[in-house]
Design a protein around this ligand. Structure first.
Ligand SMILES: [Zn+2]
Length: 207
């Protein structure tokens, strides 16, 4: 399938898009610290491959609980080069976990960097066959501290209001993992969007 062309991203916006867009650059000196309930995440079943114009997706079931609300996992995909920039740093990779609650969307973003240690993340495997969804828990950092703000999807249709949960601790992936994603989606990260007067909340958890 022909995938989205990131060199044409200036033409993606439509007048009826969500006005406050994603991704954004997060400046941790201006985030607002807040206490919020911890994240609880579960994954079930097996991944199902689904090729879409916006890129290959991996459909999977699971739940995310936050602030007394439960969200249903719909799909996961990868970005070569993180979309969210933290204190001027663009990490090597960003994994998006797209959750729904009726029409509402929440995206959990996990940042990743290449390590030269030998590790097996199952990232290469998921592109070739279904994997046990429980293995996806390995793609989460140990600590679930995060930034939270409201933005948009980062691919067309670029809406609707999306709750973003960006985990602040990056994970590590192998150079071979990133190579697989880069080969399929070289630099599929959308340009940084105007943060405007949006608040970014920072939730720090000890474990
Ligand atoms: Zn994405």
């Amino acid at each position: 399938m022909q995938h989205l062309d990131y060199s044409q991203q200036d033409s993606w916006r439509q007048s009826d898009d969500t006005p406050l867009q994603s991704p954004i650059a997060i400046n941790t000196t201006t985030t607002q610290s807040t206490k919020e309930s911890d994240l609880a995440l579960t994954f079930d079943g097996q991944t199902v491959y689904d090729d879409r114009v916006v890129g290959e997706q991996f459909l999977v079931t699971g739940e995310l609980k936050i602030s007394g609300e439960t969200w249903d996992l719909e799909r996961i995909h990868f970005h070569d080069g993180a979309e969210h920039v933290i204190d001027g740093v663009r990490h090597d990779l960003e994994i998006h976990f797209v959750y729904r609650q009726g029409e509402r969307i929440l995206v959990l973003a996990v940042l990743g960097d290449v390590t030269d240690k030998s590790i097996d993340t199952h990232i290469q495997e998921i592109f070739t066959k279904p994997i046990d969804a429980k293995l996806i828990a390995d793609w989460l950092p140990e600590k679930h501290s995060y930034y939270r703000y409201v933005g948009s999807l980062t691919t067309p249709p670029l809406g609707p209001k999306v709750i973003w949960i960006v985990l602040s601790e990056p994970i590590v992936v192998s150079a071979a993992d990133l190579a697989v994603i880069h080969e399929r989606y070289p630099n599929n990260h959308r340009d940084i969007q105007d943060i405007s007067d949006r608040d970014v909340l920072s939730v720090h958890v000890e474990k």
